[in-house]
Design a protein around this ligand. Structure first.
Ligand code: GDL
Length: 694
């Protein structure tokens, strides 16, 4: 595979292939300096287009009618000329769809006036965008046009002709991906109108099957092209991150077969909001655009999973990261950092023992602290970084391994709850997991010391976040292994704010059904519909039945009468009533199949069987579900609701009692993560108590 800058762009049928970047995301637009830097990179890597469409730029969308002030004009003129200098086609886009009245000639005149002004700045290529807008027309437009598509097409054609039918003119439909089409792409009357009526010189933007498309297949492009009556220009959101403040995408351009190249009019990537980390997104797109059957870049050493003979995402990523490493190493701060460089120079040049300020550099004396020296960033660090922040539908290899290992360590940690020794395998895998966590911390340290501060600052929040996440996971594994204090980071009574991450949005997500099952790591099939409702007195018999059935369990289990009593037996058996608002049952199509009950103050019930309750964990929960409930999410949901009711009652903590024989519930509480085994004096031998602070 060739490097991005080394191959010439292959001419595609129907004019030149549009390749490059669309600044089309929500949030803070890039600066003029960053855009100029982008043009330099595009030129170097063989990309040819920049589409100016920053959603939150005042005069691009919200105040689209307003003309640019002389100061703004000056900046745009400079930008357009910088694009020209670097052989990049500057396309100016406008998004009037929030409030335009299509049928009003004054509105159309306002559009023309605005684009005419931009034309005087030297811009020759334009675009009208109708994405992310209300699809209902105002009454005036309903009177004038037979459909929304007719309204958009009429205005777009008129503006296109007014501007003299520019060589490049792009249109973004409101239904810009298959998921938005009703009932589907081939039968969408909206797309058919656009395809039939939009003048043939206008190209159409398309994001693929979805807004953020995991894969874009050749068949899907054939289908949409036949409706649109032209090859689309892909607006690719694969690296866009404006929808999730915790994610950034540093993986390679991927899952778009190079067979698409001759079937498309172009590809523009709408990448991460942060400018500098887009190095990988844009570099790998450039590599992809150059892949070609006639370009002699057939990849003969492809791995099995990489089907494309002309493009390997893995190799494209390595190329990009190697170039990026160079950029990390170049300082972007005037006067800054360069103690290492300075020290080097000093050792080779006796006369330069004076700094710029005229002072001699500080050299620690004997017994003093040595100067802090940072290790340089490595290619492996960048590979790890990219793996941790890979792509919207996929984690990188190392990230996947870390998740799998943590999952295995959790699932095989019964020995922890039984307080016995770990197996050698568990210990060795725990150590390997710890090493992987350490590599993340080291990567963070070296990255923080990289001379190029602009890239670092753009990445900082993300790498800080992952460092904390990894730190928590590491502490958790130590706890499972019997090392470290469970309460230190995970179970603290009064945690620091970083002990409950994610803010209000995180709280909302955790309370929604399906939380944790829609993650990228595991996707268990949903097999049944469950409903959770408050427990009522009529449920007593069913709950007791479930309790007894689960106690009988597998053959050979000790009968209940012969087992030491638990406080929770009275609750499950119906002898003690649960506290108000603290009892739930779950039903499936056959009836009640599980329950979750609690006592906010378990002391009186405990006293009846001569047990004491810890001041830290005064409340008791008991949860049980029948084996036919294989999906853990309803049980998790019941627990979530119950814990929040107990918390509202003012309780400080909750405990549960589990018999060693109840593997399923032991497993459930261990996997919840928040419950930890606690030592209770005088507990029968085969009973484990687990608890969590609230
Ligand atoms: C969108 C928006 C885009 C945004 C992206 C990712 C298009 C055509 N429009 O739907 O502005 O950045 O999603 O959130 O993609």
């Amino acid at each position: 595979m060739s490097t991005p800058g080394s191959a010439k762009g292959r001419p595609r049928s129907g004019g030149r292939f549009i390749s490059g970047v669309v600044e089309g995301f929500y949030g803070r637009p890039w600066t003029m300096e960053q855009r100029t830097e982008l043009f330099k990179r595009e030129q170097k890597w063989g990309l040819n287009t920049y589409l100016y469409a920053p959603k939150d730029d005042y005069k691009h969308r919200m105040y689209w009618r307003d003309l640019y002030s002389p100061e703004e004009a000056e900046q745009l003129i400079a930008l357009i000329s910088a694009a020209k200098q670097h052989n990049v086609e500057f396309i100016y886009a406008i998004s009037p769809g929030l409030d335009v009245t299509f049928s009003n000639p004054r509105e159309v005149a306002a559009l023309k006036r605005k684009l005419d002004q931009v034309k005087t700045f030297g811009c020759r290529s334009f675009s009208l965008l109708f994405d992310d807008i209300e699809t209902e027309m105002c009454p005036a437009d309903k009177d004038a046009f037979s459909s929304f598509a007719h309204a958009q097409v009429a205005v777009t054609n008129e503006v296109y002709q007014h501007l003299g039918e520019p060589e490049t003119f792009l249109f973004c439909p409101t239904d810009y991906c298959a998921a938005f089409c009703t009932p589907n792409v081939s039968q969408s009357s909206y797309l058919h109108t656009v395809g039939d009526k939009l003048l043939p010189g206008i190209d159409i933007l398309w994001t693929g099957p979805k807004v953020v498309s995991h894969k874009i297949s050749v068949e899907s492009i054939d289908e949409v092209s036949s409706v649109l009556k032209r090859a689309p220009v892909i607006w690719d959101n694969i690296h866009a991150n404006d929808y999730d403040p915790q994610r950034i995408f540093l993986g390679p351009y991927k899952d778009r077969p190079t067979e698409l190249l001759p079937k498309l009019k172009g590809v523009l990537t709408n990448p991460n909001c942060e400018f500098y980390p887009n190095f990988v997104a844009i570099h790998t797109l450039a590599t992809w655009c150059k892949a070609s059957p006639d370009g002699g870049s057939r990849d003969v050493e492809m791995g099995e999973e990489e089907q494309d003979p002309f493009y390997s995402p893995h190799k494209a990523l390595t190329l990009a990261l190697s170039d990026w490493l160079q950029e990390f190493m170049s300082t972007d701060q005037p006067g800054g950092p360069c103690r290492q460089a300075r020290l080097k120079k000093e050792s080779s040049d006796e006369e330069s023992m004076q700094t710029d300020t005229g002072e001699s550099p500080y050299v620690p004396g004997p017994g003093e602290n040595p100067l802090y020296t940072a290790e340089p960033l490595t290619l492996d660090d960048l590979k790890l970084l990219s793996d941790l922040f890979y792509l919207p539908y996929e984690y990188g290899t190392t990230a996947r391994t870390m998740l799998q290992e943590l999952d295995w360590l959790r699932n095989n940690s019964h020995a922890a709850t039984a307080q016995t020794d770990k197996t050698a395998e568990w210990c060795s895998r725990a150590q390997q997991f710890d090493n992987m966590c350490e590599a993340v911390v080291q990567m963070f340290n070296r990255l923080s010391n990289a001379p190029n501060r602009s890239i670092l600052y753009d990445l900082y929040n993300y790498i800080c976040d992952i460092k904390s996440g990894v730190g928590l996971a590491r502490a958790y594994v130590k706890t499972l292994g019997g090392q470290g204090q469970p309460s230190a980071q995970l179970m603290n009574d009064d945690p620091e704010p970083w002990g409950f991450r994610g803010g209000l949005s995180g709280e909302f997500q955790r309370m929604l059904p399906g939380h944790g099952i829609r993650d990228l790591f595991r996707q268990p099939p949903m097999t049944a519909v469950y409903s959770i409702r408050p427990y009522c007195s009529e449920d007593k018999t069913e709950v007791r039945k479930i309790f007894e059935e689960m106690q009988r369990g597998d053959e050979g289990r000790t009968p209940l009468m012969a087992q030491p009593p638990l406080i929770s037996d009275g609750l499950s058996g119906g002898d003690i009533s649960p506290s108000p608002q603290c009892a739930l049952v779950v039903e499936d199509e056959f009836g009640v199949c599980g329950y979750a009950l609690a006592l906010t103050d378990a002391k009186p019930a405990a006293a009846k069987i001569q047990r004491v309750v810890s001041e830290d964990f005064p409340s008791l929960v008991v949860v049980q579900v029948l084996p036919r409930v294989t999906d853990p999410s309803p049980t998790k949901r019941m627990m979530g609701q119950l814990l929040s009711s107990i918390r509202s009652s003012g309780s400080r903590g909750v405990f549960c009692e589990l018999r060693q024989s109840d593997r399923r519930m032991l497993d459930f509480f261990s996997k919840l993560g928040s419950f930890k085994p606690v030592h209770v004096h005088g507990l029968p031998e085969d009973v484990v108590v687990m608890a969590t602070s609230l």
